[in-house]
Structure formats: structure tokens, C-alpha cells
Design a binder for this molecule. Sequence first.
Ligand code: ARG
Length: 461
Amino acid sequence: MAQLWGGRFTKETDQRVYDFNASIEFDKRLLNEDIQGSLAHVKMLAACGILTEEERDRIIQGLNSIRDDVRAGKLSIEHRFEDVHSFVEANLIDRIGDVGKKLHTGRSRNDQVALDMRLYVRSQVIETEGLIKDLLQVILHTMEENLETYMPGFTHLQKAQPITLAHHFGAYFEMFRRDRSRMKDIYERMNYCPLGAGALAGTTYPLDRNMTAELLGFYGPTLNSMDSVSDRDYVIEYLSALATIMMHLSRFSEEIIIWNSNEYQFVEIDDAFSTGSSIMPQKKNPDIAELVRGKTGRVYGALMSILTTMKGIPLAYNKDMQEDKEVTFDAIDTVKDCLTLFTGMLTTLKFKKDRMAKSAMNGFTNATDAADYLVKKGVPFRDSHGIIGRLVLYCIEKGKAIDELSLEELKAHCELFEEDVYDAISLKTCVEKRLTIGGPGPEEMKKVIRTYREALEDGKQ
Ligand code: ARG
């Protein structure tokens, strides 16, 4: 047991209590942030005359050597310390002697851990944003290549109207674009420095909180010391955004699984991103997509976990808050893996364009357009809907598509059908004429794609 407290205790801590209380096993992940925060704190203490320049330099050198030694594998983070903060401080004192004991002047582990977690989450927000951008690039590339790849659009998983692959992928572009902009929102709101809040009520040392905030790349210091040590809203916002990313990835995975099925065969997942069966030699399974879909649960779980942990905590710091780490770290690792793997799978995905087009032709996806054709000839829409409904029934009996019927057969349902109907309800026309903003018509899609491309290249939304 190696802990930072003990003066007021007359008994040793029960080992089980110590183990239950300790967080080193997981907060060792915050080593770099902990050292980064301490470096800024020490520089500020010296600038404010609380430490001498010589003391500052020795502490800085000691902290840097700890970081370098851990990085080089010369120093391992031992579990006999209670947490990463104790590990760093004890090591520092070991290395530079009594001057190391001055590091914690004007600071508490409460504002220290609040800072470490904020620094870590901030860097993860940036990384997540980058991974989403990589995914957006692949989606956009697929869109650019498939402006005229026809496929059925579905509602209720029933064929509805013809669209293009570009249009379908565009829906996902929009989803992940929002996810990306959420990262930027979170960054803006969270980028304030809690260091200097002390245990809960600030400190009587004349700390320069503006200086530490600036050294650590924050917009400024947080403005209420009680909130500073007990705020984990940014973790919740981030987990909520991660949960939304997973929801999007899961929907996309679900579609790929369906499209990859023997029945659909719209896509083929690359061998490198598929797995086999131990018993059925013919199998090539979409395990990656299934795992992404499956892992959504644990990310939602992390969000629920922290929301629940936080809901009953009185101000200010309470030990409950140590529970913010494991689930958050797990969620971050999970989402980063899922984004990376999913992007890889998508990059190598093969589209079976002929199967998609054939499927669009077979499911009466042009029935709305056939109804619209009659409307243009003067039939009220509700009547034309009825006529085409009966026509579809007739087609089902005959085993034909609408455009496979002869003009006589069509005229038997409505006199107003003419030769031009075949062109009006062809797959190409059905898609090309849909030129409303946001629709699948290639001319309209090209404009949208241009906006997306510019946004990705400028680093804008
Ligand atoms: N391990 C603690 C956490 O993660 C660090 C802060 C401890 N502060 C305290 N007063 N016990 O929240």
C-alpha cells in the first residue's frame, strides 16, 4: 500500500478497503495528462512566487524523467500505489527528494483528476473527429462513383421507390457529418480548465488560473470551483455522442448484413473483413458488421452508467465519480475500434450493381411514377393510385413488371396510357426526374456532393 494520506489515522487500512478504493489499475491511462497538468501547475506556482525557479526546474526535470522512463519501459506503473496521482508524486519524491513534496501546493486530487480526465477526453474528442472524417471520405468517394447505380429504396424493408447507391450513402454521410459536428460542439463547451479549484473551494495561495489554463490550451479557467471538481457533463455529452455514432454504425452494419445475405446479394464483403464457420465450409460471415452492431450495447451502457452515477451526487467531489473512468475508457476504445474497422470494411466492399438494378426493376418501385403519369394526363391522384393498385395486382397474377405489360394491357386498366408511358416509368427516368433538393436525381446529387466535398476539404462542417 502506498498512499498520500495517513496522518490522521491510527490503524492500517484494511487491504480489501485499499483494493476497493484504488484506481491505479485503470487511471494509469491518465499518466501523460497527469504529468502535463503538473508541469503547468508547477510553472504557474513559480511564476506566482510560490516556488523558486530552481525548485520549479527540479520538479519539471523529475516529472519529465518519470514520463520518459514509463514511455521507454524502464519504469512500470505499479499497482501498490492507490492511483496515478500517488504514483507520480511518490516517484517524484524518490527522484528529487523533499522538493518533490512541494508539487501538490495549492492543489487537490479533486481538481487534479478533474483536469486529467478533461485533458484526456479532449484529446479523444479530437481523435474521434478524425476517425469520423476518415469514414466520411470513404462514404463520399462511394457516392461520387455511384451517382447512377440504381437500387430500390425501402420503407418497412419493402421495396418503395428507386434511388441510387449515392443517395443511400448520402443519408449516412449526413448522419456522420452530424456526429462530427457534435465533436466540435463538445470541444467548444468543455475547453475550460478546472485546475485551481482545489478540493472544492479554491485556495488561499495566489494562483494564476489564467496562466495554467493558457499553458494547457484551454480557452480559460472554469468559473465555479465547486462545479469544477464535480462536473462530468462533458463526459456525458461525449458518451452520448459516442452512443449516437454507434447507433449510426449499427444501422449501417445492419444494412450491410442484409445486403450481404444470400437473398439480397447487393454487396460482397471482402475476404479480409469476413470470417468463416468451423463446421459449414461454404460460409463467409459478416462478423465485423455484426460485432459493430453488437458493441453498440456496451457504449449505450457506459452512457447510462455515468448518468446514473452522477444523478445522486451532492456537491462537490464524491468518490462515486471515480466510476467515470472504466466505462468511459471502454466506450472510447470500442468506438475507435468500430470506426476503424467499419471504415476498412467499407473501403473494400464490392457492390453488385446489376443485382441492385434488377432488384429495383422487380419490386414495382415505379408504381408511384406510373400513378404520377396518369395524374399528368388529368386523372386525380387518388383515382390514379387506385388504377395503378389494380394494375399491380394484375402484374402479380401475370408475374410481370409494370413496364413489361403491353400497351393493350395497360389501356385495359386506363385508356389514357400511351406509348410514352414506358419512358416515363423507366428506372432511369424515375431516378433522374427526382430533382427536388435532397432527392436522388444525379444532377441534384452532384450539387450536394460538391458541398460535402468542400466541407471535408475545408475542415468545415
Ligand atoms: N481516483 C480518484 C478519482 O478518480 C481521484 C480523486 C481522489 N480524490 C479524493 N479526494 N479521494 O476520482
